[in-house]
Design a protein around this ligand. Structure first.
Ligand code: NAD
Length: 496
């Protein structure tokens, strides 16, 4: 399929309007905003440019749906059946979801199919399965009382998602929020809104009642600020940058609204000299080129044990340029463009500053002129000081910095030496060492002899500036339910 056909497919699939109270509607101001295809730099389609009045309408619809009990009043098993149906529909509509995600974000079509569309569907399947086990607990008490703890939904959840994995990160919020009985107002990233609209259509088709899921597309800061500080919202689930997350958390705190924060990352991948080098190099490359490096849990910092440092740089210099790069519609392409012109300029400027500061360019280090798209060549930089900007900050592009280390202790220290703490990785054949080092890494997840080994059942999330709260697994339910203790006096009339 050519890019033009792919773009046309996405335009046809995505409704391009706001979804409020079960209806597709234009923005109250009547404006629309362009969606750009990162692979060409050209307009892909346009969507409604929502306003704060539209946010108000969406919150009101979500509030009314919650209060009516049309969703929260169902048993979790009934909700599970509807979410299971959504899973099946996502499977049936995989190609549609994948084409839209690929065109909108600039993802190679194979990744959009087998990672984005697939993992998003699995999240619905997984949380549907949890719906059969959302039990409360009975507590043993010391007095003449009978106490039990019920799990209740929170109410209206504001879900705010970033540009890089629109489908998966929408599903990782909506599926647990919905199975718990909440209603949702979803604000997808302004650059990549299409798959959220298709997902809303699927949920309606699956039988989710009107008003339970609402989607407002539009400018991030205006809509985001309004949504986060809205008194009608009971909880905010935010995924995005550390800077915007901190700003939004401060707004939410003014109304004492619970807030989960899935923020930036800058993971270290520690490569010990005893690792299986062929397998490890494959892992190292996929960890930094996956999604063109726009992955919060990417592995952009490679720490290599000194005896193999130059060998590894030599292998990377040969292997990285061989990774299929460019045409996102080609079945073997691994690396596509960055998702926006803004992201391309940010990555390019950071690498330029690193080179000016003395970095050795092992490979890449420049934009690629491929048909007007936002392409940046996969880049490996060596010999940067440990406090260089490209090492300590989140680059969020296909850029790997490589640093040598001399001891296990030094590797741990370097790995933990950024403000972030989302993911980490260890490549070694010594499993005792892997356990020892993993226990000391400041991160929500550590992969051993692999990278991005994700599953709907495995939680992820941050420590330090990477945020708080967890998505995935049963742990995510803690963000969307509260405990309600109910205690009976079994000796009424007796002295209390
Ligand atoms: P961003 O912070 O710019 O935007 C995230 C979302 O917030 C978008 O929907 C945006 O429109 C919205 N937003 C913007 N201003 C807002 C405001 N004032 N109030 C409320 N919401 C507002 O992030 P991005 O550039 O879309 O995404 C990239 C970042 O997200 C990276 O830092 C990446 O590491 C992080 N991320 C984290 C995870 C995770 O699970 N921890 C996953 C993916 C991405």
């Amino acid at each position: 399929m050519t890019m033009t056909e792919s773009a046309a497919t996405a335009v046809r699939f995505a409704p391009g309007r706001l979804f409020i109270g079960g209806e597709w509607r234009e923005a109250s101001g009547g404006e629309r905003m362009d969606v750009i295809a990162p692979a060409t730099g050209e307009k892909l389609t346009d969507v409604a440019k929502g306003t704060t009045a539209d946010v108000d309408a969406a919150v009101a619809a979500a509030r009314a749906a919650f209060d009516s009990g049309v969703w929260s009043g169902l048993s979790s098993r009934e909700r599970a059946r509807i979410l299971q149906r959504a899973y099946e529909l996502m499977r049936e509509r995989t190609e549609e979801l994948a084409q839209a995600e690929s065109a909108d974000v600039g993802k190679p079509i194979m990744l959009a199919r087998f990672v984005d569309a697939n993992n998003a569907a699995e999240l619905f399947e997984y949380y549907a399965s949890l719906g059969h086990h959302l039990d409360g607990t009975v507590r043993e008490t010391s007095g003449p009382t009978h106490a039990y703890v019920k799990k209740e939904p929170l109410g209206v959840v504001a879900a705010i998602t970033p540009f890089n994995f629109p489908l998966i990160l929408s599903a990782s919020k909506l599926a647990p929020a919905l199975i718990a009985g909440n209603t949702v107002v979803h604000k997808p990233a302004s650059d990549t809104p299409l798959s959220a609209l298709i997902m809303a259509d699927i949920l309606q088709q699956a039988g989710v009642p009107d008003g339970v899921v609402n989607v407002v597309t539009g400018p991030g800061a205006t809509l985001g600020d309004h949504l986060v500080s809205h008194p009608g919202v009971d909880k905010i689930a935010f995924t995005g940058s550390t800077e915007v997350g901190a700003h939004a958390a401060a707004l939410a705190a003014q109304n004492l609204k619970p807030f989960t924060a899935e923020l930036g990352g800058n993971a270290a991948n520690i490569l010990f000299a005893d690792a299986d080098l062929d397998a490890a190099v494959h892992t190292v490359i996929s960890a930094f080129v996956f999604n063109a490096g726009q992955f919060c849990m990417a592995g952009p910092r490679l720490l290599v044990e000194r005896p193999i440092y130059e060998t590894v740089l030599g292998i990377l210099g040969q292997a990285v340029p061989q990774v299929p790069f460019g045409d996102i519609t080609a079945p073997d392409t691994v690396i596509g463009p960055l998702a926006s012109a803004n992201q391309l300029e940010k990555v390019s400027a950071m690498v330029d500053r690193a080179i000016a500061a003395g970095a050795r360019v092992v490979t890449g280090g420049e934009k690629a002129d491929l048909g007007g798209g936002y392409f940046y060549r996969p880049t490996v930089l060596a010999d940067l000081p440990a406090d260089a900007e490209a090492v300590v900050d989140e680059v969020f592009g296909p850029v790997l910095t490589v640093q040598p280390f001399d001891s296990e202790e030094e590797a741990i220290e370097l790995a933990n030496s950024t403000k972030y703490g989302l993911a980490s990785g260890i490549q070694t054949s010594d499993l005792a060492k892997a356990h020892r080092v993993a226990a000391r890494l400041q991160a929500g997840i550590t992969w051993v002899n692999g990278w991005a080994l994700m599953d709907a059942s495995v939680p992820f999330g941050g420590v330090k500036a990477s945020g708080w709260g967890r998505e995935g697994g049963p742990e995510a339910m803690e963000s969307y339910q509260r405990s309600h203790s109910i205690v009976f006096n079994l000796a009424p009339g007796a002295a209390q």
